[in-house]
Design a protein around this ligand. Structure first.
Ligand code: RB5
Length: 150
């Protein structure tokens, strides 16, 4: 799979470890930065990976900040994005099964690298179930259409 990754300054090391982990599984990972530990603003990086997912440049995304929350909020402002902040694999699995999430977010200050790998595996290896869940996801996207400017 072609996967995009982005992060703020809190998560450079975690991003690099997860990138290498995904590549060892045969995935192609596009890094949208940052690669610097200098303080930076998470919305800038969230927007980059969200645009890459929304445009189809990558199939799914991973966005990491200190908590996973700020960057998920930023990603969700891009049309077509369903980004979920997850701290354990169950939520990551169901974000795919039921919500058809296209970006998973986590917090480098919240979880360790082994948990990040488990969340990543759950997110990348689970497909959307469709059916009644499609109707609900369609309703989410209708909210976006009704309330967000083009
Ligand atoms: C940076 O200090 C921190 O606020 C950021 O990484 C993130 O946790 C925001 O939600």
């Amino acid at each position: 799979m072609r996967i995009g990754m982005a992060n703020d300054h809190t998560a450079v090391e975690m991003k690099n470890e997860i990138k290498a982990y995904l590549e060892s599984q045969g995935h192609t990972v596009i890094n949208y930065g940052t690669d610097s530990s200098e303080s930076t603003d998470y919305p800038d990086w969230g927007e980059k990976v969200a645009n890459a997912v929304a445009s189809g440049e990558v199939e799914r995304g991973i966005a990491i900040c200190g908590t996973g929350i700020g960057i998920s909020l930023a990603c969700n402002k891009v049309r077509g994005i369903r980004a979920c902040a997850c701290s354990e694999p169950y939520s990551a699995e169901y974000s795919r099964r039921h919500n058809n999430a296209n970006i998973v977010c986590y917090g480098a200050r919240v979880i360790g690298i082994e948990m990040a790998k488990m969340i990543t595996d759950a997110f990348m290896n689970t497909e959307f179930e469709g059916g009644r869940h499609q109707r609900r996801v369609d309703k989410i996207m209708d909210i976006e259409r009704r309330n967000c400017e083009k």
